[in-house]
Design a protein around this ligand. Structure first.
Ligand SMILES: [Zn+2]
Length: 301
């Protein structure tokens, strides 16, 4: 049950985007190659703004948004982090640290539990975003089960198709065990087309293609105030700059246009931008221009 959470929110950073109360929590960290994270941008520029290790890897958080609509008894998670299905060699390669108690503890602090999760929004199926959807049922390497078996799982159908048959370039980002159980689940809801209709109050969808085909971005709120989860179009605050685009992206010039679209809404309409990988910033407000955004407010969430 969703209780009156007012007391709990005093201890958990959040932002109100009616009808939602939204938190950004860190489920873990990874380290990815700094050059891959910034594409054509030279290291002399990006190493000034990143925590770089001896292997040239930069520190990235994996973040989950928690959105709560108390009146509707709706509890939404956006992405679920890396999960625990890692062998030591692969975990070491990416310096993966995943706290499987992060989401349960954050929910407990809000007087909620994982049983209260009604919806999971899967932006895309790269392992650093949704390895946490599933866990080993018994033995590592064998069957998996969903971590949130009662929740509706939202995903774009064409992204699922791509993840099931990825390009050689991005094949390493998709791990079949992360989503095999999802394919069999009756609580998977596919979204269709470039402008999917939303059946959830105070939530609309935006779809991007630069990083990976049919990445799904939730936009919370209404005309008076909106918040977007930027996903891997703007993974960290450093990626607000248009040309700071990841080498992982399948269509980097599309990413630049999509970034400009997000920034434009941030500058003109005051949208809050939230990031999946920034180690210190859950979200920001921006001003300036879409091409040269300036952070005006670091949002506490
Ligand atoms: Zn990512």
């Amino acid at each position: 049950m969703l209780h009156n959470l007012r007391e709990c929110y005093k201890i958990a950073p959040m932002i109100e985007i009616p009808p939602y109360e939204i938190h950004s929590i860190i489920t873990g960290h990874v380290r990815l190659d700094g050059g891959a994270m910034f594409g054509v941008v030279p290291k002399v520029l990006w190493d000034k703004v990143c925590d770089v290790d001896e292997h040239n890897r930069i520190l990235l958080a994996t973040r989950t948004l928690i959105a709560i609509d108390r009146k509707a008894s709706r509890l939404i998670l956006v992405d679920t982090g890396c999960g625990t299905k890692w062998d030591p060699i692969a975990a070491d390669r990416f310096a993966i640290r995943y706290d499987e108690n992060a989401i349960p503890n954050a929910l407990a602090n809000l007087d909620l539990s994982t049983d209260d999760v009604t919806d999971i929004i899967i932006t895309h199926l790269h392992f650093d975003h949704n390895g946490g959807l599933t866990q080993w049922y018994d033995e590592p390497g064998e069957a998996t089960t969903l971590r949130y078996p009662k929740a509706i799982h939202w995903l774009h159908r064409k992204h699922f198709d791509h993840a099931s048959h990825p390009h050689t370039k991005d094949k390493a980002s998709f791990i079949k065990a992360d989503f095999a159980a999802l394919a069999r689940a009756d609580n998977l809801r596919f979204l269709e087309g470039n402008q999917p209709e939303s059946s959830i109050d105070g939530l609309s969808w935006w779809v991007s293609h630069g990083h990976t085909p049919f990445q799904l971005h939730p936009i919370f709120g209404n005309d008076s105030k909106r918040l977007i989860f930027c996903g891997d179009i703007i993974p960290t605050i450093a990626h607000l700059r248009l040309t700071w685009v990841m080498a992982y992206d399948l269509r980097p010039t599309t990413t630049i246009a999509e970034k400009e679209w997000i920034n434009g809404h941030g500058v003109r309409e005051g949208w809050i931008l939230t990031f999946p990988h920034d180690p210190t910033h859950g979200g920001v407000a921006i001003d300036g221009t879409a091409a040269r955004p300036v952070v005006s407010n670091q949002i506490q969430l």
